[in-house]
Design a protein around this ligand. Structure first.
Ligand code: FES
Ligand code: FES
Length: 147
């Protein structure tokens, strides 16, 4: 099936089988490999992208469901939380980081940053096997103006 997506502001047409996830379409067809595949079953958040401004696990949705949708991947993100991650050393191996950043930008936009506990709760869909959690929370807290 042919699907028309807007990815990071650019019109993309992809030909995919109906079973292909948005994650695989982004990585394998379009070639944007910044979005990571961790579990491929909605548990780790490594594949988080924004669809029409809302965060979503790209492994849990089919590409053909997104005709005309506006997709933002880590390659298209331009947000202060990226610098905050650098300043707070909010990563180690970096595998979870694209998903953490997409989720952090959404968490800030949603306003779920009133306390560290709230940040943790609303970032809980993104796991980090390196356990950089305290630094991730610090980065989000700073951008939220609570540092
Ligand atoms: S790869 Fe999508 S949630 Fe883990
Ligand atoms: S920085 Fe290694 S998994 Fe998060």
């Amino acid at each position: 099936m042919r699907v028309r997506l807007r990815v990071n502001g650019a019109e993309r047409q992809v030909d995919v089988e109906p079973r292909v996830t948005l994650l695989d379409a982004l990585r394998e067809v379009i070639g944007l490999t910044g979005t990571k595949k961790g579990c491929d079953r909605g548990e780790c958040g490594a594949c988080t992208v924004h669809v029409n401004g809302r965060r979503i696990d790209a492994c849990m949705t089919l590409a053909v469901m997104h005709e005309g949708d506006e997709i933002t991947t880590i390659e298209g993100l331009d947000h202060p939380v990226q610098r905050a991650f650098l300043e707070h050393d909010a990563f180690q191996c970096g595998f979870c980081t694209p998903g953490q950043l997409m989720s952090a930008a959404a968490c800030l936009a949603e306003g779920h940053t009133g306390s560290d506990a709230e940040i943790r709760e609303w970032m809980s869909g993104n796991t980090c096997r390196c356990a950089a959690y305290p630094h991730i929370v610090a980065a989000v807290r700073e951008v939220a103006g609570r540092a």
